[in-house]
Design a protein around this ligand. Structure first.
Ligand SMILES: [Zn+2]
Length: 477
């Protein structure tokens, strides 16, 4: 297929400076830059862990010397390293392959209970194991959403605040195989949190020193729990479940009104402290509350804008189209896992009606609003981002998205960006990662075939050949 048939643009040429010695050159393929325009190159040179040049083979020739490793792509594709922007690293490393949804052996997965890691060595081993598995999938960044003192007494041990220390240690020793962004947790996981405890945690987090190597490990903010999930009838919703209830908020309080006011107070406090907020919110009422509280906090005199902090609605299962547009206005991300929709669509229809299920997981509207960030939530689901893209595409088409080849190509570009360039924006790191651009870090993945030749549905069958992190090959098939 020619490049014009794949809906791509003219070849881009960039150079970070005069040619020097590259440690790595990839040439003779399709370098998918993942900028908004859909730029392509044919070759890329890496020097000092950074992208030094991109263009055609002649543009990188001057960077090659006898010490340079040259990879002949022979038509294969290069993408920016994948950024799984919601993934529980230490839990994944200690549970795999027992995912919560779609486990290869569901009975064995159901038997996984109690403590999975008990000490520092166990936490370290789990993170390193997850890192090796993720490197095989081209994943070079992830967000660990919710680790901290709130879970120091937690059942699995995977969310204990010592995990933060282990990440810091691995970042310092250069052993991390992904760049990690972590959201600190002061409430409890999937349970009701206490207002005063969370407010004290927010104050402590705001006063904490910055991490020494933020390109490898940073803690920009906090994880808050708004509500639980629709399937347990615990998402807080406008429309009723089949038993007449509307769900609830995960905040301690005497009434839902009091819980709502307390959750809004947590959000306003975190915002005023300049922290990024990742709020677990699945019901439309919870999403509305979060957006209203963020808007109110941002309107306070001298407060930072919501966009500058990059808050994240995590899951957003029942977010309405109007709410998705509001997120775009405010600069709030909707971080979604398409495998959840694939696994629970029929279940939701049974519980809330076919019309509610059809309007849920509105990935097409989220893409159009420019707020969609895709992630796996592993080990809730598997961490195969190729499957995540295929599932998102299937959901969008099934809920009315255009199925023309041109629309599908355009959408594939945007879905790939939702796993690369857009999560770099969520990390507030788009200036130095997320696209294949001169001067940015050399985090790259080589796929055996060009995704635009196979389409979203064919993507899960495309082998991952090579993963490059900071200019180093960390996986090779
Ligand atoms: Zn999660």
């Amino acid at each position: 297929m020619s490049s014009s048939e794949t809906g791509t643009r003219a070849l881009i040429r960039e150079r970070g400076g005069p040619p020097g010695r590259a440690e790595l050159v990839l040439r003779g393929g399709s370098v998918l830059v993942m900028d908004a325009r859909g730029s392509r190159a044919e070759a890329v040179a890496v020097a000092g862990g950074r992208i030094a040049a991109l263009g055609d083979d002649a543009d990188v020739a001057g960077w090659i010397d006898p010490g340079t490793r040259v990879v002949e792509l022979e038509g294969r594709a290069v993408l920016p390293g994948i950024n799984d922007s919601h993934l529980h690293g230490s839990w994944l490393g200690s549970r795999w392959p027992h995912t919560l949804f779609g486990a290869p052996d569901p009975e064995a997965a159901a038997r996984v209970r109690g403590a999975l890691v008990r000490d520092r060595a166990g936490r370290r081993a789990a993170i390193l194991r997850a890192g090796r598995m993720l490197a095989e999938y081209g994943i070079t960044s992830y967000t660990e959403p919710g680790v901290g003192p709130g879970e120091d007494g937690g059942e699995t041990g995977c969310f204990h605040s010592e995990v933060i220390d282990v990440y810091r240690e691995l970042a310092a020793s250069g052993e991390l195989l992904q760049r990690v962004t972590l959201l600190a947790l002061y409430g409890v996981l999937d349970g009701p949190s206490d207002l005063d405890t969370v407010l004290r945690g927010i104050a402590a987090r705001a006063a904490a020193p910055a991490e020494p190597s933020p390109e490898w490990f940073s803690v920009p903010g906090v994880k808050l729990f708004g509500d639980l999930i629709p399937l347990s009838r615990q998402a807080w919703t406008e429309r009723a479940y089949d038993d007449g209830t509307h769900g609830d908020l995960l905040v301690r309080g005497d009434s839902v009104e009091q819980k709502a006011e307390r959750l809004a107070e947590m959000i306003r406090a975190a915002h005023a402290a300049g922290l990024q907020i990742g709020i677990h919110a699945t019901g439309d009422r919870t999403v509305q509350l979060a957006l209203d509280a963020i808007a109110e906090a941002a309107a306070a005199p001298g407060a930072p804008s919501a966009r500058s902090l990059g808050h994240v609605v995590i899951h957003g299962d029942l977010a309405t189209e109007a709410q998705l547009r509001r997120m775009a206005e405010l600069g709030v991300w909707c971080n979604a896992q398409s495998g959840i929709a694939a696994a629970s669509d029929e279940w939701l229809a049974g519980m809330m009606g076919a019309d509610v299920a059809a309007e849920a997981w509105a990935y097409g509207a989220a893409l159009d609003a420019g707020v969609l960030v895709l992630s796996s939530d592993a080990p809730v689901l598997g961490f195969d981002w190729r499957r995540g893209i295929a599932d998102a595409e299937a959901r969008i088409v099934r809920t009315g998205g255009s199925a023309t080849p041109e629309a599908a190509r355009e959408r594939l570009h945007r879905l790939l960006r939702a796993y690369t360039a857009v999560p770099a924006q969520q990390d507030r790191a788009a200036a130095w990662k997320g696209t294949v651009s001169a001067g940015k870090v050399a985090d790259l993945v080589v796929l055996a075939r060009d995704p635009f030749e196979v389409g979203a549905a064919g993507l899960p069958d495309v082998p991952i050949d090579l993963t490059v992190l900071d200019g180093r090959v960390v996986f090779e098939r």
